[in-house]
Design a protein. Structure first.
Length: 444
């Protein structure tokens, strides 16, 4: 920690230097006037002990110049005068503390410097954690080599380079929040907050308080003031997930905040300016919602921005083994078990499955397989799928031809009954030869 001591009293200055230098973590640099101190600020001291009465400039003038050019450097004023008004004036100008030159001055200065050092260490730790989060949510941590996901990366990169509103669409489980976080942590707002709100998870009568905040006593139960998500996201990013679930009344209030970049807490009068980057996500088609009268048209166009559509896992099946191995490595590390590998048959079984739950479902399936497998290798028999209403979800997906739907249905039943041709033929009331032909032609 580099400390400037600016003191024209040579005896007191040397005493300060000697006492501070007893700490091996301190590097002490002496100056006897303000101008020499100011001309050496480029060396980036971590703190400055500044005498209020100097031969060339008074302490207040030196303090003001330091704060103008290097506002981050903490300055402690030492004075022979016990003047409360002067002390308050200097603290308002940005002084870290005001100490009287007496027998306790050096001891008190040590304590202030210790506090500054601890605060700097904490700040550095926070910055390091933020860097680590940035790495965690870099684009490279969205796993996949397929052309479909590479196109998504290109769009995300464009989004990160500006503050444009981003709308992320995709089926449940495709990783919309992960994509939003990645954009935030690769943008110029990375040092500020990423605030996520799942609109669908908040009752409609509470969403306004959640977003806008409220003053104490604004309504029954408002026992304390609450800062809303808009304010918490100031200088950072606000992510509104499942925005298609927001009711029309709240939509109009959101539109006003986006237009004016200001808000008033519930029960309050103060207008609060907010500066946030907005990212939204939905699994709904908002244009269809507009046409159905469930979503405001003016808000729809306000939110349009840069659109990113996350492909379902079935449309990037070549990424399935990569993702599966990634989840297996993480699971083994978190649970302190030996690493496991997928057999070729297990990989094929995963690739052949439709994954209506997308990446989220793949992770659950792979982790269960890791638990169920006996050895170091995961076999196809270790992999089980929670069928549920898979067939219904399959038919509700993108439109297909009759032949396409037939192929999906047969493929689904073959997976369900472990490629037992007799059982599948019986269940679907079709000939085994039909299934054999589809298998031979690579359709299932």
């Amino acid at each position: 920690m580099k400390i400037f001591v600016v003191e024209d009293d040579s005896f007191f200055g040397e005493a300060l230097k000697y006492q501070l230098a007893l700490n091996p973590d301190y590097e002490v640099v002496m100056f006897t006037n303000g101008k020499d101190c100011l001309s050496n600020l480029y060396t980036q001291p971590d703190a400055i002990s500044l005498d209020y009465s100097l031969p060339d400039l008074n302490g207040k003038e030196v303090l003001k110049r330091i704060k103008k050019s290097h506002p981050e450097i903490p300055v402690i004023i030492l004075s022979g005068q016990e003047d409360m008004e002067t002390a308050l004036d200097l603290l308002r100008e940005g002084a870290e503390d005001y100490l009287i030159k007496n027998v306790d001055a050096i001891h008190r200065l040590r304590n202030v410097l210790k506090h500054i050092s601890e605060k700097a260490a904490l700040k550095k730790e926070v910055e390091t954690l933020k860097d680590e989060i940035g790495k965690k949510y870099s684009f490279s941590n969205i796993i996949g080599n397929s052309q479909a996901i590479q196109e998504v990366f290109k769009q995300m990169d464009k989004a990160a380079q500006s503050n444009i509103t981003v709308s992320i669409t995709g089926e449940t489980g495709t990783g919309k929040e992960l994509a939003a976080k990645s954009i935030h942590y690769q943008s110029n707002r990375t040092r500020n907050s990423f605030v996520a709100v799942n609109v669908a998870a908040i009752p409609s009568d509470l969403i306004e308080s959640e977003l806008f905040g409220h003053e104490k006593g604004a309504f029954t139960g408002a026992v304390d003031k609450r800062v809303g998500k808009f304010e918490l996201a100031n200088k950072g990013t606000l992510f509104l997930d499942e925005i298609g679930e927001m009711d029309l009344g709240m939509q109009s209030k959101l539109l006003r905040v986006l237009q004016e970049r200001e808000l008033v807490r519930i029960g309050g009068n103060q207008v609060i300016k907010v500066d946030f980057r907005l990212i939204i996500a939905t699994h709904r088609n908002l244009l269809e919602e507009v046409e159905a009268g469930k979503f405001r048209e003016d808000l729809f166009y306000r939110l349009l921005g840069l659109q990113i559509e996350l492909p379902p896992l079935r449309e990037r099946s070549e990424d399935i083994p990569i993702l599966a191995n990634f989840f297996l490595r993480n699971f083994a590390k978190q649970n302190k078990i030996a690493k496991k590998q997928l057999s070729s048959e297990a990989k094929e079984k995963l690739i052949d499955y439709g994954f209506p739950g997308n990446v989220r479902e793949l992770r659950a399936v792979v982790e269960l397989a890791a638990v169920m497998s006996e050895g170091r290798k995961i076999e196809a028999s270790d992999i089980t799928f929670q069928q549920g209403n898979v067939l219904g979800k399959m038919l509700q997906g993108s439109e297909d031809t009759l032949k396409g739907y037939t192929r999906k249905i047969v493929k689904h039943f073959m997976q369900k009954y472990n490629n037992n041709f007799d059982v599948v033929a019986s269940k679907l009331d079709i000939g085994k030869s039909t299934i054999y032909k589809m298998k031979k032609d690579g359709e299932i």
